[in-house]
Design a protein around this ligand. Sequence first.
Ligand code: NDP
Length: 244
Amino acid sequence: MENEPKIALVVGGTRGIGRAVALRLAKAGFDLWLTYRSNNEAAEQMQAEVRELGRSCDLLRFDVADHVATQAALADRANAAAPYAVVFNAGIVRDKLMFWMEPEEWDQVIRTNLGGFYNVMRAVLVPMLAARRGRIVAIASVSGEIGHAGQANYAASKAGLIGAVKSLAREVGPKQIYVNAVSPGLIETEMTEGVQKESLMPLIPLRRAGRAEEVASLVQFLCAEPDMYIHGQVLSVNGGLAMQ
Ligand code: NDP
């Protein structure tokens, strides 16, 4: 990175994949804005770790599904100092077969995983466009690429996210804002603690789940690499699951 510290906003940046992304970006020289919804303990621990790395770390607690709360948390600060990198990582699952799925299980997942991306972009895009530089990475999922039984809500949210990323890439590319999606397969985090992983292993040529750091390495590249011509793409990190 060049000399002056740049700001990276990691939405859902205090646990799991977002946490690994944030630590990598801090090590790469970014100052951080980390958002989360409710787990103060994880957030404060993260803040201490980032400060030990010599970088600043602002914690922002809000529900990304809430448009008004998202604007209140992000719009003024983004207008004051446009973030260089924005990683939209917040995501939830409410798995159930579609014929049993309740309306709120559908809505909550769509509003968080897909609506959240719109809410965050609405707060940061104008200042980023004015700065005429930047990187945006959205964390999608293999479910959004190929579907997964029991995840119609989640797969729809992630497929929608991919569509939003590709459209946004066309809109803001001319201003040198790079927009990509990273699509993980099965990754060891709290989100997948209850998943029966053994049954999925025959589908994964590497025969193991991935680690959050193995997603974060690619996200860091997309956020910080100066020699980059990757734009509007969906990059899979899945151990060979769903090879294309
Ligand atoms: P975790 O559940 O471990 O962490 C999620 C993070 O997002 C936490 O920091 C959480 O905050 C935050 N968050 C969740 N909902 C909201 C919300 N409504 N508003 C604000 N922040 C929120 O998830 P993972 O690390 O496993 O997943 C990260 C991303 O990667 C998600 O988008 C997920 O869909 C995607 N993914 C994960 C895979 C996996 O196998 N783990 C596979 C494919 C994609 P708090 O701590 O306060 O709850």
